[in-house]
Design a protein around this ligand. Sequence first.
Ligand code: NAP
Length: 529
Amino acid sequence: MAEVAQVVNLKSLPEFKNEPWQDFSKAEVRRAMADALAKVRGEFGREYSLLVAGEWTKSGRTFESRNPSNPSQVIGVLQKATPELAAKAVEDAHAYFAEWRKVPAAQRAAMLLKAGDIVRKRKFEFIAWQVFEAGKTWPEADADVCEAIDFCEYYAREALRYDAPPAVPQFPGERDELRYTPLGVGVVIPPWNFPLAIMGGTTTSALVAGNTVVLKPASDTPVNAAKFVEVLLEAGFPPRAVNFIPGSGGEIGDLLVEHPKTRFISFTGSKEVGLRIVELAAKTQPGQIWIKRVIAEMGGKDAIIVDSECDLDAAVQGVLVSAFGFQGQKCSACSRAIVDQSLYDEFLEKLKAKTEAIRVGPAEDPENYMGPVINASARKKILDYIEIGKGEGRLVTGGKAIEHETGGYFIEPTIFADVDRGARIFQEEIFGPVLAVTKARDFGHALELANDSEYGLTGSVYTKNRDKIERAKDEFHVGNLYFNRKSTGAMVASHPFGGFNMSGTDSKAGGPDYLLQFLQAKSIGEVIA
Ligand code: NAP
């Protein structure tokens, strides 16, 4: 194990605070960002190995990660895990768990705090990797990196808290206690859209709780994950505690989920893959002696309600950034605006004007508000939905791909009005810059429309009416509900994140219940002699 002799305790740590965002309007911040982009560009094309059973390994099969703003640029070349290596990773993680679980929580937490500190010190560089690999604009990438640091800080504190649970009432004549103990091997399967925050948060929460991890990063953003694994090792996490096995989810996903030594799966991604994992994990395999836990955070079809009694300009702005920030590729993105009939036309007029002022282009250029979508097949899927939308609603603006000299996957921010609740673009997750706008008769109707979804992730309401706020708190069925603000941008600790219904298991990442999912409680009673 690398030297991290230090331990921390909860009382000596400052209270958790969210990592502050950069102010890119400042010349020195822009200069630092430009330097980081240049540095990272100099590392394009580097090869990254697999980390299996504590050894950097090559499989002999590689794949490339490319820049969605400019697909001719190879960000990195990754070794592709074979089924044999994936199985070896799970088996060694199982063997090493016996040692790792005995490392005191205070030491694991110290490692995680150190990891957060390393990312903090190299923040611009991590922002640059996301700009190039995920197509995030500077502020979007900054928010992701800050969230990743927040997860390190927050989960380190949570591991310490669970390590010292409050005393249970003592049964007469006994010494009684409740202890939290880790589970075993966690297979971590994150999406590409928060390449550091979700990948890092799902990996470190499992690790700091004392589990060993097999991380299969998303195939679109494996370099961000490789860089983070390097940070974990630098921070002192033993190489056998975290296996890094990039490769196709379709090819090795089933094996990882079905392996009898896999104890839990922490998945974030689409509903289709999430449900498949739930189903496969439910089937016990020969040699399996536990019921696998599945944490599955999945898609969304998030709505913003614009009520008759609201600040209309604020609502327009909130819908705009929620629908088109990071090209609409957030599970929390607003893809349905449900607008009271009394201000429907005015809302659309204002939103159209603001949307048409959005500049779309390569994410590295800070003048662009929107970058590319993640890859060619995502662009095709989104454009197919736009064609469907043309038959289901009135195209207000957008509706086309944007040809750019770089060949990036750019799409116009697109709005459809007069969309019926039964329409596919009202019901299905598109995961791109496409917004459906629907007219509501009144507030009750707006709530009914918002709840007309199999998903239940985020939702937001713009209203000044206190009674309507209280009613929505009770009736709007989503895991993350906001008032008079955008539907995106959940903050670690203040907005524990996770959805209802087909949006997932409501695990509430960044909240006080989260770590419990990677722990089991042991009740101990001892008769006092
Ligand atoms: P995805 O296609 O489901 O992929 C997610 C992860 O699953 C990737 O690592 C992928 O690997 C892997 N995978 C693919 N097939 C698999 C299989 N058969 N078994 C096991 N793993 C498999 O989703 P995505 O396109 O990356 O992400 C977008 C989706 O994530 C959207 O639906 C979005 O709403 C959702 N999301 C939800 C949350 C939340 O907190 N609720 C947050 C972010 C994103 P490959 O990359 O190799 O295919």
